[in-house]
Design a protein around this ligand. Sequence first.
Ligand SMILES: Nc1ncnc2c1ncn2[C@@H]1O[C@H](COP(=O)(O)OP(=O)(O)OP(=O)(O)O)[C@@H](O)[C@H]1O
Length: 235
Amino acid sequence: MENLLTVDRLTKAFEIHHLGHIIPAFATLSFSVAPGEFLLLSGPNGVGKSTLLRTLYRTYRPVSGHVWYTLPRGQGRIDLARAADIDIALLRRREIGFVTQFLTARPRVSAEDVVAEPLLQAGTPLQEAREEARHWLETFGVKRDLWAAYPMTFSGGEQQKVNLARALIRPQRLVLLDEPTASLDAQARGALVARLADLKAGGVAMIGVFHHPGDVETLVDREIRLQPMEMANVA
Ligand SMILES: Nc1ncnc2c1ncn2[C@@H]1O[C@H](COP(=O)(O)OP(=O)(O)OP(=O)(O)O)[C@@H](O)[C@H]1O
């Protein structure tokens, strides 16, 4: 099967000007992911796991290397490291999801509408999208009383559940997961693993960092262990 993502000699470092340091995150990293594959990213604190996910999502630009993403329907492939911002925005809307432990706070938008939004953007009628949103809020264990409330006031765990429901409501082709279970209770962790298993069975590729990798051991196809690198001085 053709790979969905091919990472080729990807290098990322942060230049800290006021200290005259370059903090390397990872260098000449190469790997690939096929549809339906689940990759676990591991390594000690500060090794660059979140940075790698953010570079794949193009929140960060790499120093060098390529992130080849295969477009659907034989449209060829695009280098996420160099693609135009407009193309990245379209891919994020339609094909590539990112789940973090932090809620993207939106003032005065109810939990059910935060979750329904990706379906509305895809053309689902409002009532149908809201019903689906409520289904996922229930599945992840958000109390019914909170569905019409604003998530900005929710507890950390409740916000995380809203985040997950929103990020996973519409199957995408690639999902990046940055410690999505960090503040979840056991019921929500179980619901998340079940949802990820369904997405995987449906051909969704996933790359994730997990606080407790045991949660997803039944899903993992491969592990990429990042190695610590030496800090350098700015030349
Ligand atoms: N925006 C940034 N500017 C400067 N340095 C950064 C930035 N983001 C991350 N770093 C540095 O890059 C290194 C990798 O950080 P990253 O958050 O990717 O590690 P991690 O493996 O996800 O860590 P953890 O397991 O603790 O979550 C760290 O030394 C961090 O200080």
